[in-house]
Design a protein around this ligand. Structure first.
Ligand code: ZN
Length: 142
């Protein structure tokens, strides 16, 4: 019998036994129930301890795996390559934008050199010199 069954048995004794017989039987039943309960608690504690040890060793293994993976990545130079690759890409984009979007221009009226923003489809539009305010065609110069 487990502790639950022993306690149910004890409750049955209390409910149905005549008073004279009750005392000895009830006390021994109480002791049995408590002993069973204590034994079960001990078992549970042991199981919990075992599970905790399993968990600890599992966590250690995961840590070791993580370290190994990190060392592998480092020896392959994976992380370093990724970072420099991204950096170079960003730098290229910046240069392209500068060379593609801005065009050097010299004012035909005052010879002031400046950059204007190149816009596709507006090659024949008018430009205004930021120095003298002269208006001229941006596509007109040879
Ligand atoms: Zn000008």
């Amino acid at each position: 019998m487990n502790s639950k069954e022993r306690i149910a048995y004890l409750r049955g004794l209390l409910d149905f036994m005549p008073k004279e017989e009750k005392e000895t039987k009830v006390y021994s039943a109480i002791v049995d129930a408590l002993a069973a309960l204590a034994a079960e608690l001990g078992e549970q504690a042991k199981l919990l301890e075992l599970q905790r040890e399993d968990y600890d060793s599992l966590a250690d293994e995961v840590d070791d795996l993580h370290d190994t993976l990190y060392q592998l990545e480092e020896s392959l130079g994976l992380e370093e390559e990724d970072e420099s690759g991204v950096y170079e890409e960003e730098e290229d984009d910046g240069l392209e934008e500068m060379t593609e979007s801005y065009v050097s221009m010299t004012c035909p009226a005052c010879a002031y050199s400046f950059y204007y923003k190149y816009e596709e489809g507006k090659e024949d539009g008018k430009l205004i010199c930021p120095s003298c305010g002269e208006e001229f065609s941006r596509g007109g110069a040879p």
